[in-house]
Design a protein around this ligand. Structure first.
Ligand code: ARG
Length: 470
């Protein structure tokens, strides 16, 4: 008889829950290939929480009796303790977190354990677990973003009057205050929080009750389970409930944007820390030295944030690709949603945790910022605006200032250092009062409207931001 035709022994059969239907057990490689317990065990707490709510409902609906419910509660509570203390024995042959817990429950409480899976499938079970996990993760991530926003606000407040070059094309453009620059990141993170909260709202619907795909013939009470698990409602189509992973994709998209924002800030910290800029210094605990060049202090942490943004973007694409051609309803493909999702959560939470602390340790060299803005003809636009306000058409003013900059450049001076006589060569509109405009403070103070860089506006923006956070 060929080995593949050999009848499975009962010991072999017991390796799979459904083995009554099968002649032979899966090979070891297939077992390893199809198992998810190596990574989905992190859902254990949520799996237990979902099972408790499900069992409570089953008892309430008279589908199981009170004694069974009590046994299930006792067993699951013990399993939770075993998992938390590390005693729990995870078995690869039991495939995933759900079957591992169910088998242990049955071992502990007997038939009641076998009744837990009534009116349920692993398909609606896993969909529920991931939503519970991700909902808690979002809450933690939002808390961490808020902490980082507080750190940004503290630094922005200290530097509401610190002038630095504002850049376009990474060339000196116009003076801004450092606090204003930092507040741009506050805005980005504020949108991130809004996106995550929005994603949480759509995610917060209960899949349980969908069972394998079509619903169940038992008299279940989905609303009760939803309330118990603090969902805002139930998924309204059973096929969609078990197959939908939009919420995971939305979360990864929101996470990719947070990382993109942190990556941009990282890039700036790296540039600013370069001695050619010398604008800031990072605390030593976020940097490393070189094994060969003794003078080096490398901004490893911001570099890694920039680098890790790549993997989070990758996870988003992985999930989109995972879902793109799946027919309804559940397919085993969906098991592949977990690792990208978990790694996204881990990467983002670690990054945010580090970032708040790193910002608190930033040392600012205000003189270097000021010198850089002085070297860049940053008040040229102010001169053009001055001429326009005196009656010169803006395009002509632009041209006159371009000539003035060229002259200043040839004599290696800033516009503010030119004499009145020299300046008047470029336009007869120029008067004594020009020097108010050509100073850095004159320039920033004049941008005095909501969203502008005038320090008074920056202070107001910080006040609004603190209110938003509270
Ligand atoms: N481990 C599986 C997953 O993560 C659980 C659902 C399995 N369902 C099934 N019909 N095989 O998706």
């Amino acid at each position: 008889m060929a080995p593949s035709k050999k009848k499975a022994t009962s010991a072999e059969k017991s390796r799979n829950t459904w083995s009554g239907r099968f002649d032979e057990p899966v090979s070891e490689l297939v077992q390893r290939y199809t198992a998810s317990v190596g990574f989905d065990r992190r859902l254990a707490d949520y799996d237990i929480q979902g099972s408790l709510a499900h069992a409570t409902m089953l008892a309430d609906a008279g589908i199981i009796n009170a004694a069974d419910l009590a046994a299930i509660e006792r067993g699951l509570s013990q399993i939770r303790d075993e998992i938390r203390s590390g005693e729990f024995v995870w078995l690869l042959e039991l495939e995933d977190v759900h079957l591992n817990i169910e088998k242990r429950l049955t071992a502990l409480v007997g038939d009641a354990g076998k009744r837990l899976h009534t009116a349920r499938s692993r398909n609606d079970q896993v969909a529920t677990d991931i939503r519970l996990y991700l909902r808690a993760s979002i809450d933690e991530i939002v808390r961490l973003i808020h902490a980082m926003q507080h750190a940004l606000l503290d630094l922005a407040e200290q530097h509401a009057y610190t002038v630095m070059p504002g850049f376009t094309h990474l060339q000196v453009a116009q003076p801004v205050v450092f606090g204003h620059h930092l507040m741009a990141y506050f805005e980005m993170l504020k949108r991130d929080v809004e996106r995550l909260s929005d994603c949480r709202k759509r995610m917060n619907k209960l899949p349980l009750g969908a069972a394998a795909l079509a619903g169940t013939s038992y008299p279940i009470n989905r609303e009760m389970v939803a309330r118990e698990l603090e969902f805002d409602g139930v998924c309204e189509n059973s096929l969609d409930a078990v197959s939908d992973r939009d919420f995971a994709i939305e979360f990864c998209a929101a996470a990719a944007l947070v990382m993109t924002h942190l990556s941009r800030l990282s890039e700036e910290l790296i540039l600013w820390m370069n001695p050619a800029f010398g604008f800031i210094d990072l605390a030593d605990r976020f940097c490393t030295g070189s094994s060969i060049m003794p003078q080096k202090k490398n901004p490893d942490v911001p570099e890694l944030v920039r680098g890790k943004t790549g993997r989070v973007n990758g996870h988003l694409v992985a999930l989109l690709t995972l879902m793109k051609a799946q027919p309804l309803a559940y397919n085993k493909d969906n098991q592949e949603d977990k690792e990208p999702l978990f790694d996204t959560v881990d990467t983002l939470t670690d990054t945010l945790r580090i970032y708040a602390d790193m910002l608190a340790g930033v040392r600012v060299n205000a003189d270097a910022m000021r010198n850089a803005v002085m070297r860049g003809y940053a008040t040229a636009t102010d001169l053009a605006d001055y001429l326009t306000k005196k009656g010169m058409p803006f395009r002509e003013a632009h041209e006159a200032v371009a000539r003035a900059v060229r002259f200043a450049e040839q004599s290696d001076q800033d516009l503010g250092a030119l004499t009145l006589d020299e300046l008047q060569k470029f336009s007869h509109f120029i008067d004594e009062d020009i020097f108010d405009v050509l100073t850095l403070e004159g320039s920033i103070n004049s941008r005095n409207h909501i969203g502008g860089t005038a320090p008074i506006q920056v202070c107001e923006a910080i006040t609004r931001a603190r209110k938003w956070l509270s």
